[in-house]
Design a binder for this molecule. Structure first.
Ligand SMILES: NC(=O)c1ccc[n+]([C@@H]2O[C@H](COP(=O)([O-])OP(=O)(O)OC[C@H]3O[C@@H](n4cnc5c(N)ncnc54)[C@H](OP(=O)(O)O)[C@@H]3O)[C@@H](O)[C@H]2O)c1
Length: 156
């Protein structure tokens, strides 16, 4: 199964200058809690701008750059075949951004873990394709700076 995990603001803003627009401790804690020991998939830009190393997770990095090598991750050269291959797996794959990876993966994801950040931030990157009509909410928790929701895709 493919899922995506994201934090976005009221206009689906997710990033600025290669980083997150905010530092929200509870959101980082939830990200860790949800992804520890699991498969995570992210674009090269997001991976290379991580403030610190993500440990105890199987990391897949999407990259077109043939010169890019990293022994600590599995590199995905072609995202769509990877998504098609794993969409029906029992194991869950967490799509962790950034924007280009979310956009391509969105139609294949059956579950979503979203932190709806309450305040609007200055951003240069947006998620852009999330539509509430595609999903129903299975879990909701309110925090000071965001509302955390888990959602499952509606059957067509
Ligand atoms: N708020 C959140 O939850 C959250 C989560 C993650 C990231 N972010 C933010 O999002 C921003 C980064 O997003 P981004 O869209 O710029 O970068 P990205 O999605 O992290 O990475 C883009 C990279 O992936 C490659 N790529 C994309 N599609 C590919 C495909 N189909 N096959 C092979 N390679 C592919 C691109 O290569 P080409 O350039 O050759 O196309 C590029 O090197 C940052 O600001 C980050 O902090 C926010």
């Amino acid at each position: 199964m493919l899922s995506f995990i994201v934090a976005f603001d009221p206009r689906q803003g997710i990033g600025i200058k290669g980083s997150l627009p905010w530092h929200i401790r509870d959101d980082l804690r939830l990200f860790k809690q949800n992804t520890l020991g699991r498969n995570i998939v992210m674009g090269q830009t997001t991976y290379q701008n991580l403030p610190r190393k993500l440990t105890d997770r199987k990391i897949f990095v999407v990259s077109n750059d043939e010169n890019y090598h990293d022994d600590e991750v599995t590199i995905i050269r072609d995202l769509i075949p990877f998504l098609k291959e794993h969409q029906d797996d029992e194991e869950e794959y967490f799509i962790c951004g950034g924007a280009s990876i979310y956009r391509q993966s969105y139609p294949y994801c059956q579950k979503a873990y979203i932190s709806f950040v309450k305040k609007e931030y200055e951003v240069d990157t947006r998620f852009g394709v999330f539509d509430f009509d595609d999903w129903f909410i299975t879990k909701e928790e309110e925090y000071d700076e965001f509302i955390y929701r888990e959602l499952v895709r509606r059957k067509a």
